[in-house]
Design a protein around this ligand. Structure first.
Ligand SMILES: NC(=O)c1ccc[n+]([C@@H]2O[C@H](COP(=O)([O-])OP(=O)(O)OC[C@H]3O[C@@H](n4cnc5c(N)ncnc54)[C@H](O)[C@@H]3O)[C@@H](O)[C@H]2O)c1
Ligand SMILES: O=C(O)C(=O)C[C@]1(C(=O)O)C=C[C@@H](O)C=C1
Length: 374
């Protein structure tokens, strides 16, 4: 196997959702001669995956897809990854097959995969640290993992050649591989991903309770609330499984958080201005210093803010100018922070260069104020 040479072979992907679908697209882009076979329990997802060209073939059951595979990737919710591993353990797989997963937790999965390693197969836990609140193969895209960290949890006895081979298969993700211990993985992702998801959901619950008596709350929930709760729109099945898998870490983080909230409540009760100022300043400083230009704890979206008059058609006006200049955008939305005056249009781009070109383009065609927010 030579570095940089496209691989041929059979890749079997179990779970054709956002992540499985995106991995399929990345592998196909880098290794066009590879055959991608997909399996999903939801036949609508498999049909859609085939229709969108995300997979070359659909397997009706795990056995047929796994039999001749050179690479098997499991991208179902994490508790189902355990079930899939159990099933694979009972099958006779190809000599030299590499098995990996994309689950958001690692300790339980790696433990379960011992049966594969006992049978002489290579299993390496994996976790591409990028994603979205969207689910399903319809949201899959080949650029999802670009510049993100791709965490791998090989064992001390993992064959280094097999590990290299896995990285070559995944080269099209354009992610940065990082090896971590499963327990370290679950603690870190608990802090920067899993616990924040619980908090986001709890904030939505709080607003929902208020909305029962005060209907205005949903209309007023604009910028800040939307930013901090976006991830509460993620798949409930996925987060139920992640929470159960990372229960111990989450329970510890709940305790830490409750202690911290008690401290903040005390500062407030005592009207301790200095302590409150310090609390917010230290958070701002640490957050501002985080590496926003790489995908990681904070995903890199290159947002451009455009101060536009709030009239119907303004979005198509702006997208028209961008299309004229062949500038790709990834998202566009109105941020409703002000009543009956101008609106802020937020346009997201994949790269800083696209954002710069867009800013020049909008300045050229209009007299709307623009800002990158940095
Ligand atoms: N969404 C993210 O941001 C993100 C990022 C990195 C890793 N992950 C992890 O990747 C995995 C997949 O997440 P996703 O966002 O693609 O979810 P998704 O809901 O988009 O896709 C999961 C797919 O798995 C299928 N599935 C469920 N049970 C199955 C079974 N028994 N057999 C076969 N298929 C089954 C579902 O039908 C669905 O199509 C999860 O383990 C998640 O923790 C998610
Ligand atoms: O951007 C989002 O919507 C995500 O929730 C992505 C996110 C995260 O928490 O960072 C979610 C779970 C994955 O395991 C990795 C990435």
């Amino acid at each position: 196997m030579k570095a940089g040479v496209p691989l041929k072979g059979r890749v079997f992907i179990i779970g054709l959702g956002l992540i499985g679908g995106s991995l399929a697209l990345c592998i196909k882009a880098e290794h066009p001669k590879a055959k991608i076979i997909g399996y999903d329990i939801n036949k609508k997802q498999t049909r859609l995956a085939a229709m969108l060209g995300v997979v070359d073939e659909v397997a009706e059951e795990i056995e047929t897809g796994a039999a001749e595979a050179d690479l098997i990737l499991i991208a179902t919710p994490v508790k189902k990854i355990e079930t899939m591993i159990e099933q694979l353990c009972h099958l006779s797989l190809k000599q030299g097959v590499i098995i990996s997963d994309a689950g958001s937790t690692k300790v339980e999965i790696v433990k379960k995969a011992a049966c594969l390693r006992d049978k002489g197969y290579t299993f390496v836990g994996g976790h591409p640290m990028a994603g979205s609140h969207k689910s399903g193969v319809q949201a899959a895209k080949s650029i999802l993992f670009e510049n993100a960290f791709y965490l791998l949890t090989p064992e001390t006895d993992t064959d280094p050649e097999a590990l290299e081979s896995l990285k070559m298969w995944l080269k099209g993700t354009k992610a940065r591989f990082l090896q971590v211990h499963p327990a370290e993985h679950d603690y870190l992702t608990g802090v920067i991903s899993h616990f924040p998801h619980v908090i986001a959901a709890s904030l939505v619950h709080q607003a929902e309770r208020t909305s029962r008596t005060q209907s205005l709350v949903t209309r007023l929930a604009a910028g800040g609330f939307r930013d901090i709760t976006r991830i509460a729109s993620s798949s409930p099945h996925m987060w139920k499984d992640i929470s159960l898998h990372n229960k111990d870490v989450l329970l510890q983080l709940f305790t830490d958080w409750q202690e911290e909230m008690a401290r903040v409540a005390n500062m407030l009760r005592a009207e301790n201005e200095e302590a409150l100022l310090q609390y917010f300043s230290r958070a701002k400083q640490f957050r501002d210093e985080m590496p926003v230009k790489e995908k990681g704890a904070i995903p890199a979206f290159y947002d451009l803010f455009v101060d536009v008059p709030d009239y119907p058609g303004v979005i198509s006006e702006i997208t028209g100018y961008l299309a004229k200049e062949n500038i790709n955008l990834t998202n566009i939305r109105i941020r409703e922070t002000r009543e009956e005056v101008y609106g802020i249009l937020v346009i997201s781009f994949q790269t800083e260069e696209d954002r710069e070109r867009a800013e020049q383009c909008i300045r050229h065609y209009t007299n709307y104020e623009t800002s990158t927010g940095i």
